[in-house]
Design a protein around this ligand. Structure first.
Ligand code: KG4
Ligand code: ZN
Length: 365
């Protein structure tokens, strides 16, 4: 098959279908021109994402998302100069829906194609909204599937500092929410419960109250030990033990018949423990690398207490760049932006581009 033409600059069409958001976007040198996101609500009844339903929903709504994004961007098929698509990591069936769509489109239109790493996309998502979110920076990526702390020396050149050794931060939010009887997706529910807890405390105290309720003693995994900066544990994280600690307390409260009354405070204390760990690991990275800028990305970046906690912990030694809720959640604008960068460098994916559930982060030194 003839290779696709080179990238001549101009609008890139982005496609994202790695999990339960179906999204298409048009991004050019001036930023986002069109963005459409359909959040699949078919999973709520199952308490989690059902991979086969996700794949079918993507196939059903991707075309409409592309039409919406292109209409908003006021571009025609002939204006599109390249195609970027999430190739991994994610649910393989869900990814394949987007990869196949993008391949067919790029092939039919003779356009260069680029497979994007979803988590690198999250970094570009924040950069789309903040001019200052440019390398060098410390990246904190927190989503349902990943928790990564890295140093971005340049776009495409990264050093992995730390990652979770078990559950991702978002996964812990979702699992704890489930244990507390809150609906899926759990992250926003935990945040709301924590806000109710804070509101109640501030009424009782006659003033503002944020952070945890301080009612339950929860561990701060991988913070307590005095690991030296050279030890991987200095930056690595773990959320599974924290999740289990919450489950144990919930079980006891249930036996005493008082869980329902304690859910908000328990959620607040859990959230505070996660924020504490993430903020401290990030502060360490800023201190050790001397890199002031911190770029936050991924679905958990929607958590306002996390943004607050990070800003507090960094103080004047860091500059925090956080995405708006729309760009924190999975979206195709970040994928188009990442693809634009790589296409402009002359990179191309071949027509045999495949979906990879566990795609390795690109450009790690
Ligand atoms: O990046 P994302 O949209 O999808 C993945 O790539 O995984 O992240 C989804 C995750 C879910 O675990 C969800 O519970 C979490 O982000 N999340 C939140 C909040 N909003 C979404 N976690 C905590 N607080 C929130 N407000
Ligand atoms: Zn994501």
């Amino acid at each position: 098959m003839a290779p696709a033409a080179g990238f001549r600059g101009g609008p890139v069409l982005g496609i994202e279908t790695s999990c339960d958001e179906t999204s298409a976007a048009v991004v050019d040198e001036n930023g986002i021109r069109g963005l459409a996101i359909a959040s699949q609500d078919a999973h709520a009844a199952f308490g989690g994402v059902v991979p086969e339903i996700a794949a079918r929903e993507h196939i059903r709504s991707l075309d409409a998302m592309v039409r919406h994004a292109m209409r908003e961007a006021e571009v025609d098929h002939a204006d599109i100069a390249g195609v970027g698509v999430t190739a991994g990591p994610g649910l393989v069936g869900a990814l394949l829906a987007g990869v196949n769509w993008a391949k067919a489109y790029a092939f039919a239109r003779g356009l260069p194609l680029l497979g994007v790493h979803h988590m690198e996309g999250h970094l570009f998502g924040t950069a789309l909204e903040h001019e200052g979110a440019q390398p060098p920076f410390i990246g904190l990526l927190v989503s349902g599937g990943h928790t990564l702390l890295l140093e971005a020396r340049a776009w495409g050149r990264y050093r992995l500092l730390g990652q979770t050794r078990d559950d991702a931060a978002g996964e812990a939010f979702d699992k704890v929410a489930r244990r507390l009887g809150l609906p899926y997706p759990g992250g926003p529910q935990i945040q709301r419960a924590a806000e109710r807890s804070a509101a109640e405390r501030s009424t009782a105290a006659g003033g503002a109250a944020d952070g945890g309720a301080g009612r339950f003693r929860l561990p701060r995994p991988m913070l307590s030990r005095r690991d030296p900066p050279g030890d991987p544990a200095y930056y690595d994280m773990s959320f599974s033990g924290l999740k289990t600690a919450v489950a144990r307390i919930a079980e006891q409260l249930e036996e005493e018949g008082v869980l329902a009354d304690a859910v908000d405070d328990l959620a607040a204390d859990f959230q505070e423990a996660v924020v504490d760990v993430l903020a401290e690991k990030t502060r360490r990275a800023v201190e050790q690398t001397g890199c002031r800028r911190v770029v936050l990305g991924g679905g958990v970046a929607r958590n306002s207490r996390l943004r607050e906690g990070l800003a507090e912990r960094l103080g004047s030694s860091g500059e925090l760049y956080a995405p708006s809720p729309r760009l924190a959640t999975d979206n195709a604008a970040m994928i188009a932006a990442a693809a634009r960068f790589r296409l402009a460098r002359g990179e191309r994916s071949s027509w045999s581009l495949n979906a990879e559930a566990a795609l390795a982060f690109p450009g790690l030194a």
